[in-house]
Write a protein that binds this ligand. Structure first.
Ligand code: COA
Length: 312
């Protein structure tokens, strides 16, 4: 079972047992209506005064069991929070899709919408003739692109170029990229799949591509995509993108580490990138991944950029 199948499973059942941790450390379980967001978080509501809410505010660890009646079960563990803003809206949408009759109560201040971000789940199937259990693949897999995937690579690229941050993230425009011939994407993806000087890594969640980074080996003496002569051989990270519903999940760290491993294996000892001065979120992610400003600044077609580097 992967995360998409988990979402379908929970949505089909719409209820489960939720266990929280009481004030003295003892488990406290409750039977609840619940559902899942597209991203695989569990969502339920509760009276703000319920003991489970007090428990979760003290200790957000939660265990949930869904199913059982048909001899299949889903055991889950995760961390609960009370989302706000756009994240609450996404949870509320999922909740009301499952339970439209709670539209009015969800607007009541006395009702709290709880999200559980899962870090572990196991699917058990004990129907007649079967006896199996398997851990659910909760995280997108990260791998190198394949040459025959140029259309999916193009679709992800076009989505990235429509992102609200695109104007401070990518040198290429959506208009330019969408007008480019298929052959460009075929060639680009073939190189990124098999080349020694360029590699694209993609994050795939079920069947959906949710993120990508591309890494270019820049040998000393060559000229980079900004027209600058490279003094010291290194690798450059470009085309960094994670879909909005996967941001803040740590996926970017896995993509960067995969690119770093590949670069190291190419014999370079530095990974570099350019990031717009105002792209604070990307800079935050890069700092966490070990990058620091090199002191080099430059102006590109998207405006003022800073160079960030990390040793490999
Ligand atoms: C850039 C991108 C890949 C980062 O992935 P992400 O999952 O969003 O990154 P994370 O949330 O893990 O990390 C962002 C960091 O910046 C911080 N941050 C978030 N928004 C911020 C803001 N407005 N100002 C300052 N810091 C911010 C976060 O707290 C986090 O730091 P922390 O881990 O120390 O708390 C993703 O946001 C993206 O695809 N953006 C659109 C395209 C883009 O900008 N690409 C980069 C081009 S250089």
């Amino acid at each position: 079972m992967d995360r998409h199948e988990l979402v379908e499973y929970v949505r089909a059942r719409k209820d489960g047992i939720v266990s929280t941790i009481g004030p003295d450390g003892s488990p406290q379980a409750a039977y609840l209506g619940l559902t899942a967001t597209d991203g695989g978080d569990l969502v339920f509501d509760s009276h703000a005064s319920a003991r489970k809410i007090a428990n979760l505010r003290r200790d957000p660890r939660v265990a949930v069991v869904v199913g059982g009646a048909d001899r299949t079960t889903l055991q889950c563990e995760g961390i609960a929070d009370v989302p706000v803003g756009a994240e609450r809206e996404a949870c509320a949408r999922a909740y009301l899709d499952a339970f439209p009759r709670f539209q009015a109560s969800l607007a009541d201040d006395g009702i709290v919408l709880v999200r559980v971000r899962l870090h572990w789940a196991r699917f058990g199937d004990y129907r007649p003739g079967t006896s199996s259990s398997e851990d659910v693949e909760l995280h997108p897999s990260v791998r190198r692109v394949r040459a025959d995937e140029w259309e999916t690579a193009r679709d992800l690229r076009l989505d990235a170029l429509r992102d609200e941050a695109a104007g401070i993230a990518f040198l290429e425009t959506f208009e330019h990229a969408s007008a480019a011939p298929d052959q460009l994407y075929r060639d680009r993806t073939a190189h990124a799949a098999d080349g020694d000087e360029v590699a694209q890594f993609v994050a795939v969640d079920g069947g959906t591509w949710v993120g990508s980074v591309t890494v270019l080996v820049q040998r000393a003496g060559s000229v980079d995509y900004h027209g600058t002569t490279i003094e010291r051989s290194r690798a450059a990270l470009v085309g960094v993108y994670v879909r909005p519903d996967q941001r803040g999940t740590g996926l970017i760290d896995r993509l960067v580490e995969t690119a770093a491993d590949w670069s190291r294996a190419r014999g370079v000892d530095q990974l570099a990138l350019g990031v717009h001065r105002d792209n604070a979120r990307a800079q935050g992610a890069y700092r966490r991944a070990g990058f620091a400003p090199s002191g080099v600044t430059f102006t590109s077609s998207i405006g003022p950029e800073i160079e960030m580097v990390r040793a490999l």
